[in-house]
Design a protein around this ligand. Structure first.
Ligand SMILES: [Zn+2]
Length: 45
């Protein structure tokens, strides 16, 4: 089963966030991560 992935709007990476919700690549806060589907497309709503 796929985990929910997020796109970091700071560094642009598709990531699985750290346990605290931050970007594992650049350390951006969770507010900078938008949920995406398995293909990397934004999920609306
Ligand atoms: Zn990032």
């Amino acid at each position: 089963m796929a985990e929910q992935k997020y796109r970091c709007i700071v560094c642009g990476a598709i990531v699985t966030p750290n346990p605290d919700g931050t970007c594992p690549v650049c350390g951006a806060p969770r507010e900078m991560l938008v949920p995406v589907d398995e293909n990397g497309n934004d999920i609306e709503g």
